[in-house]
Write a protein that binds this ligand. Sequence first.
Ligand code: KIV
Ligand code: NA
Length: 265
Amino acid sequence: LAPISVATLAGMKVKGERIASLTCYDASFARLLDTAGVDLMLVGDSLGMVFQGHRTTVPVTLDHMAYHAACVSRARERALLVVDLPFLACATPERAIDAAGRLMQEGGAEVVKLEGGSPMLETVRRLTEQGVPVCAHLGLLPQSVHRIGGYRFQGRDHASAEAIRHDAIAMQEAGASLLVLECVPEALASEIALTLTIPVIGIGAGAGCDGQVLVLYDMLGLNPGRPPSFSRNFMIGQGSIADAVAAYVQGVKAREFPGRDETAY
Ligand code: KIV
Ligand code: NA
């Protein structure tokens, strides 16, 4: 199968084929996810929590991201490789360009993802000008947990929903190739997905997005505490990790995942 590009994903959106994405942090899982037909692998800074044992993604450094991206990149053959820019890597457009350079040149990233709305527009423009594909990330912004004071779902009130809608359009106009919406109401996410021409990938954002993403360890039931309400343990009823990942891909493609209750609310 041919490697997947941002253009492939845009074509899938046009055809109404759902994009199945998972986070990935190492070579063995990268091989497994690729074989199972995952379209997009995200080396997310969620690795700070599920891999490194931190309470937040804030301690994750650019060195960590470049290391895990390189591990995934060596094994991956087909899925598009998206890598998170970590906390403060986008404090200035210049820093973001340097950081994106490392993630692409050392880490093998094909797209870099950054959190935030209007303050990030100039950075998105500058990266895009330099040939760096960008995935924007709106809604719940885990890197801002200390400012917000917890992991709160976003877009519930009118002003917050308006801001997310506005930022989503602005991100596309600034050149973003993809958008992740995290923990926003289904109706808002669906409307944004219909409005934008770029693919919108949701997590805890309902079934109306062009694609879905989950944290790999959550969907494998490795979350020792309470798994997020919008996730699903795909190991249940499956005999292997490979089968569980294949069931996830199939569930997303068939629009069976997320189900009605599998939302952030
Ligand atoms: O770091 C991560 O895993 C993410 C996804 C939850 C979108 O950013
Ligand atoms: Na992230």
